[in-house]
Design a protein around this ligand. Structure first.
Ligand SMILES: [Zn+2]
Ligand SMILES: [Zn+2]
Length: 742
């Protein structure tokens, strides 16, 4: 008999799959992508078969696959994608597959007695394995028992192992039952609105919309992969182009994945998608119960669903015959997962589409510098929607110079006047606070400049203890400022947050007007975000004070005034994308004004009125911003002119973290050769968040010229580090194409 073995990826952080024998009765039904139950150490876990091969030689020491899990099989296309993610993002394949599949509903394992041992057998068993006798006694009633019950009854350790050997001896057998499988799907289907397959026949696309749609439809017909960048201002009708493209694909017998950056945005998109595609659509995101996700997954796999809507992880939906992938708000940093596997759903979409011959549509009012660069250099196809379809004008934006404000108020005189007038007109007002986040920077209140690194151009972080300014990319340091090197001013400020001051100001001056705060703290409770937002949308609340969360996608009709209280915070993050983030945030926030009948007005308060992000955001000029930003990126070799990898080293001991980070740098410099063109090693230095949960954090950056050589090089470095034992007592996290530098 030919023995077969399988390499099984298990969801624990080890680099390679584990090898198991395939029992002969399962050989027919196990292949690449099958989910199987295997023993690991003293546990039993579900893993995915990555490879099947004949086994020659000794079987001693090899464990066997227990059974086939009651979970769907991964199609070969998804297995291939998993391998790419694992290699490119340097993540264990088991972790990648774990992130790709929905969590398994709770499995109940039920055991029953098959036959009782004879009296002689029983004597032998009592002598050699007294525990087995206990287990058989527990099972001697007629009812089958779950593993937990048997454990409780016998109070034995290693109960799964005992049951395993009793099963091999033919005394017991077991069955596996999945927990609740069907979720609330039936209910939500009953709720769905009538289907409108006629695609709003009265609805006329604008010239630009139809050009974009025609281009995309033609690409879908060709069946070769292509990436489109749909660059359209807020309110320009991007969604209509997405929906028609999906409709075109579905009519050709193909399917679609529609990604949105925030789970909170899925219901409003789902409504529109349901109106077009009725029952043949589903939603996938991490806030659904495991039963709901699991059953949607199964529906997709069996071909009952044509359109999948969801956040980041929906890119792994097991859709066959994929025709189009939408990545809405493609610039949004939430497409990047911040824990391992640290994949970017936008990049994964493009890789997946290539394999499937599908079309990717990236849409944004503020595309990333990388995507726009790819579009102007011809790698992506660019379509622009320069006007709002309602014909409404973009709001008037004024930049207010705070350097002239001497008093303690968080608002300039001009802003105070506008707020008062707006309250008088009974309009709604949105007060936007840049996320507090990490803001230990220093600023001259007289001329507004912030100290920056001469090598990296990122802002320097102020360290109170040693009174030094430090660059968190390259480690450059200088003495803290006492006077401003530019204007000689002595009014140097440590910048913190103004949230409280803003609320105080409102309650002192407009006590009779209702105000809510919308941020991570006030919306932690499930459903509270929705109720706060609907109170505001319905006009029950007049002031909304909020952070980044309010900027995304919400359509407020009665907002007459938007005040950006502190534009400088995002501008001065120690991150080379600080300017880009600021431009994106300001453009999105400004887009909340003037969407209804009320003409919008936007005020941006800043100590840096000449900063290019502000100047261009104020006149809704993405291209101007891009032209300037891309020059800086080229000069300093930041993406899109290089690829970055960030390596974070953590340890309980400062010294160990530092030594391991230095070890990596020296290994990287020693191994550097022509296989990795343009390699630049920056750091190590303390990470901006230098201590989290009692772990000291150091980091370093690698810059390389090409996408494909960086990851293999980092693997080589890690192996070398391991063999020289340079990294003991420290933990490495690798982030390829990092979005966050904290
Ligand atoms: Zn100054
Ligand atoms: Zn630097």
């Amino acid at each position: 008999l030919n023995m077969l073995k399988a390499d099984v990826a298990v969801p624990i952080p080890i680099d390679t799959p584990l090898t198991y024998l395939i029992p002969s009765e399962l050989q027919e039904s196990i292949g690449v992508g099958t989910q199987v139950v295997v023993p690991v150490r003293n546990k039993v876990v579900t893993g995915v078969v990555c490879d099947v091969a004949p086994h020659e030689g000794d079987v001693a020491g090899l464990k066997s696959i227990r059974e086939i899990a009651s979970a769907p099989r991964f199609a070969s296309e998804l297995m291939k994608l998993a391998r790419w993610i694992s290699e490119y993002y340097i993540a264990p394949i088991g972790e990648v597959l774990g992130a790709m599949s929905p969590p398994h509903p709770r499995l109940r394992r039920v055991y029953r007695l098959l036959r009782k041992p004879g009296s002689l057998e029983l004597e032998i068993m009592r002598a050699s394995h007294p525990e087995h006798v206990c287990v058989l006694e527990a099972l001697s009633g007629d009812r089958p028992l779950t593993l937990e019950t048997i454990r409780r009854k016998t109070r034995l350790k290693g109960i799964a192992r005992h049951l395993g050997s009793l099963e091999e001896g033919g005394y017991v057998s077991h069955q596996v039952f999945a927990g609740k499988r069907r979720g609330r799907r039936t209910k939500s289907r009953a709720d769905s609105p009538p289907v409108d397959t006629e695609l709003d026949s009265g609805f006329q696309l604008t010239q630009e919309q139809s050009e974009a749609y025609e281009g995309i439809a033609a690409a879908i017909d060709r069946g070769r992969s292509a990436t489109f960048l749909l660059f359209g201002v807020t309110g320009s009708g991007k969604t209509e182009v997405y929906l028609r493209s999906i409709d075109h694909a579905v009519k050709k017998g193909r399917r679609a994945v529609y990604l949105v950056p925030e789970i909170g945005l899925t219901p409003q998109i789902m409504d529109r998608v349901r109106r077009r595609f009725g029952d043949r659509c589903g939603v996938l995101h991490s806030r659904l119960s495991s039963g709901e996700r699991y059953s949607t997954w199964a529906d997709i796999q069996s071909g009952r669903i044509d359109v999948v809507v969801g956040a980041r992880s929906a890119i792994f939906a097991p859709v066959e015959n994929l025709g189009v992938i939408i990545v809405d708000e493609e610039h949004d940093a939430s497409y990047k997962q911040q824990e391992s596997p640290r994949y970017n759903a936008r990049e994964v979409a493009i890789v997946r589409a290539k394999e499937a011959g599908a079309v990717v549509i990236l849409g944004s009012a503020t595309p990333t510098i990388e995507s726009y660069h790819n579009a102007v250099t011809g790698k992506y196809r660019l379509h622009e929607l320069p006007e709002r379809i309602s014909g409404g004008d973009l709001p008037a934006v004024s930049v207010i110079d705070m350097r002239t404000t001497r008093d303690e108020s968080p608002f300039s005189k001009e802003a105070q006047g506008s707020i008062g007038a707006s309250v008088g007109r009974e309009e709604q007002i949105l007060l936007f606070l840049n996320r507090r986040g990490f803001s230990n920077y220093v600023q001259c209140r007289e001329c507004g400049i912030v100290p920056r690194c001469r090598n990296c151009q990122v802002s320097l972080t102020y360290h109170l203890g040693r009174k030094v300014l430090r660059c968190h990319y390259c480690g450059y340091a200088e003495r803290g400022w006492e006077t401003c090197p530019k204007c000689g001013g002595t009014n140097i400020e440590y910048v913190g947050s103004g949230t409280q001051k803003v609320e105080e100001y409102i309650s002192e001056n407009f006590a009779e007007v209702s105000c809510v705060r919308f941020d991570r703290d006030s919306t932690r409770r499930k459903g509270s975000a929705e109720s706060l937002l609907s109170d505001f949308s319905n006009g029950l609340v007049r002031f909304l004070v909020g952070t980044q969360m309010v900027a995304k996608g919400h359509d407020f009709r009665k907002v007459g005034l938007v005040v950006v209280v502190n534009a400088d915070v995002s501008m001065n993050l120690p991150d080379f994308r600080a300017g880009e983030r600021t431009f994106q945030i300001l453009t999105q926030v400004a887009g909340r004004a003037g969407r209804g009948e009320v003409p919008g007005k936007v005020l941006i308060q800043t100590f840096n009125p000449d900063h290019h992000s502000l100047a261009h955001a104020a006149c809704h000029d993405f291209k101007g911003f891009y032209e300037q930003e891309v020059l800086m990126r080229r000069d300093l070799r930041y993406p899109p002119f290089s690829r970055l990898a960030r390596i974070v080293v953590e340890s309980r001991r400062q010294e160990s973290a530092k030594r391991a980070a230095e070890g990596f740098v020296s290994v990287a410099k020693a191994l550097r050769d022509e296989s990795i063109p343009g390699l630049d090693v920056m750091g190590p230095s303390r990470a901006p968040l230098s201590k989290i949960r009692n772990n000291y954090r150091w980091h370093l950056l690698l810059k390389g010229e090409e996408r494909k050589s960086l990851s293999p090089f980092i693997r080589r470095c890690l192996r070398e580090l391991d063999s020289r034992r340079l990294a003991e007592a420290a933990r490495f996290s690798i982030d390829i194409d990092p979005q966050v530098m904290m």
